[in-house]
Every structure is written in structure tokens, then in C-alpha cells.
Design a protein around this ligand. Structure first.
Ligand code: THU
Length: 128
């Protein structure tokens, strides 16, 4: 399943709408029911409206009625980590899931939501 997810993220990257940065990102998230949802970054002339690949994939899965996630893969040219905003959203929707970062050569780096966002602010902090 891991290789299928890597392939899905790598393929999604080809759909990136990144005409401003030319930095193409793909993501794929696996649900506990075994489904895969893909995402890519979608930029805008009003730069701040850009949506990252990770959030595109997660929002797509949520919209399809899925809410339990088991693994996220992010594909970029150089295997970089998700941005801060995406880390917060990943934590919110996925909790501490494994995350694989893959580069253009197929080289992978394994990490996790809690490693990328230690001491995260979340739902538990709103309970009193
Ligand atoms: N980008 C992502 O899609 N995910 C990230 O985690 C980092 C940044 C996108 C946003 C923008 O389209 C481009 O990469 C350059 O920042």
C-alpha cells in the first residue's frame, strides 16, 4: 500500500497548478478503509489564496465523507517537508500519522505528524 500511495502522490504532482512558483507538489492520503485521495498545489494570482497539495488531498477526502487517515505521502522535486500551515491541518485531521516525503528520484524520508509539529495546539487544548 505504501508504494501505491507514493505512486499516487507522484502522479498528483503532475497536476499541480503552480504557474507562479513553478514548485510542483503532490500529496496522497490513505484512509482507514483503504481509499486513496490525491491533491496538488493550486496557485492563484492573488498569491495568498494558494492551496497546498496536502490540504487539497485532505479536504477532498473529508468532502467525500472520510475522516480517519492512516498515512500521508508528499511528493516534491527535492523531498521537502510540509509547510507550517499544512502541519497544523494534518494534526487536526489525522493526528499522529506516518508521513513519507518523496523526491523526484523516488528517494523517501519517513517522518510523522508529531515529529513535524511537536507540542501541537489541538482540540485537547480547548477542553476545560
Ligand atoms: N506548497 C505545498 O503545496 N505544500 C507545502 O507544504 C509547501 C508549499 C506549495 C505552495 C506553493 O504553490 C508552492 O508550493 C511554493 O510555495
Amino acid at each position: 500500500m505504501r508504494s501505491k500511495l507514493i505512486e499516487a502522490a507522484t502522479n498528483a504532482r503532475k497536476n499541480a497548478y503552480a504557474i507562479y512558483s513553478n514548485f510542483h507538489v503532490g500529496a496522497a492520503v490513505e484512509t482507514s478503509s483503504g481509499k486513496i485521495f490525491q491533491g496538488c498545489n493550486v496557485e492563484n494570482a492573488s498569491y495568498g489564496l494558494t492551496i497546498c497539495a496536502e490540504r487539497t488531498a485532505l479536504v477532498s477526502a473529508i468532502a467525500a465523507g472520510e475522516n480517519t487517515f492512516t498515512h500521508l505521502v508528499v511528493a516534491t522535486e527535492n523531498g521537502v517537508s510540509p509547510c507550517g500551515a499544512c502541519r497544523q491541518v494534518i494534526w487536526e485531521l489525522c493526528g499522529d500519522i506516518p508521513i513519507t516525503l518523496v523526491d523526484e528520484t523516488g528517494a523517501c524520508q519517513e517522518t510523522s505528524a508529531s515529529k513535524l509539529l511537536p507540542h501541537a495546539f489541538g482540540q485537547q487544548d480547548l477542553d476545560s
